[in-house]
Design a protein around this ligand. Structure first.
Ligand SMILES: N[C@@H](CCC[C@H](N)C(=O)O)C(=O)O
Length: 295
């Protein structure tokens, strides 16, 4: 099976082109876990499938490193757009991609020999508790609301960009022990489908620092949907203004995010290849690799 490993700001995935191939549905969670294993697999934050769609030009499916299927992936969308355009599966510079979180429109915004930057209309953020989903009054929003999790108090603002994000504001994102609080909040009973956990520091009226603990993958270098959620959360908390281009600094690099007057969130950033390769499918569809790595 051929694969391409790509990243958006260090958030790296193994991409499999299913426009030309098929995989058994039942094997996908195990395949994602095994391929993502850094010791016995290829090593990645997860697996992304590029598929045909009945309702959009293409379809993207994202599996986290633990094998769970995510509903959206901002960094993945930019990589998928680059792959499709560079490999001439599409010749238009704007096209649509279906995700479990909805259909988005991607625009090739800068290219030389190959695509460098992609802009994505990530659609409208969903803010009601029922849409995150999370416990509480279903038709209300969660803006800087206090929650007790694992004996500590956290003030969370919750935003779905197709997938769920719990955001909290801090003075210095680098001082937060995300490896400890991330999994606690991810698995809290407050979020029945778990949650991505982000910490945000507002540096200037148009600049944020953001770090993330991703549902199903742990700490990653960047999260595109998370950066969008961070900008929405900062706006809802009156820390920044709507309809401005905000630079979000992530450990792996910067994204430009704008929540516009029409309620759409736009994301612009890089997408890059790491390598192309081939693996034997039957070696990666059994559970043995995870057992060997003791997880
Ligand atoms: N890294 C991604 C998000 C991937 C899915 C997420 N972990 C989830 O389960 O919701 C991004 O760039 O948005």
């Amino acid at each position: 099976m051929l694969f391409t490993k790509m990243h958006g700001l260090g958030n790296n995935y193994i991409f499999i082109n299913l426009l030309e191939n098929t995989l058994e549905e039942d094997s996908l969670p195990t395949l994602a876990r095994n391929l993502s294993d850094v010791r016995f697999g290829i090593g990645s934050d997860g697996m992304i499938l590029i598929c045909d769609s009945k309702v959009a030009d293409f379809r993207m499916r994202i599996f986290n490193a633990d094998g769970s299927e995510g509903k959206n992936c901002g960094n993945g969308l930019r990589c998928v757009a680059k792959y499709l355009y560079d490999h001439q599966f599409v010749d238009s510079e704007s096209f649509t991609i279906e995700t479990l979180g909805g259909i988005v429109e991607v625009h090739i915004s800068e290219k030389k020999k190959e695509v460098e930057y992609v802009t994505v209309d990530m659609g409208e953020p969903k803010l009601l508790k029922t849409m995150i989903p999370m416990i509480g009054e279903p038709m209300t929003m969660t803006i800087n609301e206090p929650f007790e999790i694992g004996g500590n108090q956290y003030r969370l603002t919750c935003v779905s960009m197709g997938n769920p994000h719990a955001i909290m504001f801090v003075d210095d994102v680098h001082k937060v022990p995300l490896d400890k609080i991330g999994p606690m909040i991810e698995h809290s009973d407050i979020f029945p489908e778990r949650v991505n956990v982000g910490v945000v520091a507002v540096k200037k009226p148009n600049e944020l620092d953001y770090r993330v603990w991703e549902r199903g993958s742990g700490i990653t270098m960047a999260c595109g949907t998370g950066a969008c959620a961070a900008v929405v959360a900062a706006t809802l908390n009156n820390k920044i203004e709507k309809d401005q281009s905000i630079t979000v600094h992530l450990p792996g690099g910067d994204l430009e995010i704008r929540w516009d007057e029409n309620n759409h969130v736009w994301m612009k950033g890089k997408a890059e290849y790491i390598c192309h390769g081939e693996f034997k499918l039957e070696d990666f569809t059994k559970e043995k690799l995870l057992k060997a790595s003791g997880e």
